[in-house]
Design a protein around this ligand. Sequence first.
Ligand SMILES: NC(=O)c1ccc[n+]([C@@H]2O[C@H](COP(=O)([O-])OP(=O)(O)OC[C@H]3O[C@@H](n4cnc5c(N)ncnc54)[C@H](OP(=O)(O)O)[C@@H]3O)[C@@H](O)[C@H]2O)c1
Length: 337
Amino acid sequence: MNSQAKLRWGILGAARINQQLMPAIVTAQNSELVAISSRRPGAAEETLSLYAPDQKNVTIYDNPDALLADDSIEAVYIPLASKEHAEWTIKAIEQGKHVLCEKPMALTVTDIDAIISAADKHQVQVMEGFMYRFHPQHARIKEIIDSGMIGDVRTVRSSFAYPMQPARHYRINDTIENGSGAMWDIGCYAIHAARLPFYNEQPKAVSAMAKHIDTGADISCNGIIDFHDGKYAQFDFGFEHARRAEYEVIGSTGGLKCHNVWAKQAETPVISWWTESGQQCQETLPLANHFCLEIEHFSNCVINNTPPQLSLQDARTNCQIITAVLESIQQGKHIHF
Ligand SMILES: NC(=O)c1ccc[n+]([C@@H]2O[C@H](COP(=O)([O-])OP(=O)(O)OC[C@H]3O[C@@H](n4cnc5c(N)ncnc54)[C@H](OP(=O)(O)O)[C@@H]3O)[C@@H](O)[C@H]2O)c1
């Protein structure tokens, strides 16, 4: 494949999130939407007409297996229900497809390990879809941290929440084991963002508390991750709170804040920082669409055979922390790694 190529994408599932991802695939210079599947009659056609109405020659399949058997498709985007992610990621890999899988990539570390083995065996690229990380505001934050301006990172605090509306209750109508609830929906972001300055570090222990509802799903949680030597990441998330998607990084000589982690294309991204010596600044960054940037990045990685920014090891560490947090909540004690 050369650098002028367009990666040929298929989408497994007529999910709501296609509202964001389908236009991203259609508009990315290095990508082409060639197929979509849905197990519900008419749903793929409707999704296509809503989110990519001008797109011609998109093949519609009535099941994901049929789409995966199409040799002309090079990469698939998987927005199926969370409990289906690992199964279909592995099936796609076994058909030689590169995979961008929505978060969470899997509900167990065992499944992530199976994905890592399959990707290695079939020599394909696989990435978990944490789209927010492709917004340039996080690269700027990493630049500030790496410059030493706020000193050694000691504490991170991340908060992700919104008041859940009745129309979204399908997200909490099953058990956590089946991928339902706040942890798999937004908690995975809170933990992922809290790990940002500790990206390459393995956690030492976790501790958390949560509120559950009758279905068995969690709807709010507060927790802490110990990254050794006085470095801690605190996180909270929930569906009974005012809307927030933010994180703070506190260092030995200063701190910074990302005010809107889920900054949409039309929302001005703002970050602020301060130092012990009295400097303080609020930076406004250019508008960006993290979904488009995510698609462009992944297509480039496949086309040029370079590793994705979010590695499978990162997906494994996130899943390892999530499952340990769930264990801590269930057992009411710290979990050590
Ligand atoms: N990155 C982000 O910003 C973001 C935002 C939201 C969600 N997500 C993630 O994306 C994934 C999909 O979330 P979503 O809310 O878009 O899911 P969703 O609309 O519930 O769709 C999930 C899957 O369920 C099937 N489905 C859809 N509507 C259905 C219905 N009415 N009855 C039965 N089955 C139905 C579809 O498969 P078929 O078409 O094959 O039936 C679809 O692919 C989740 O893993 C979520 O965590 C990511």
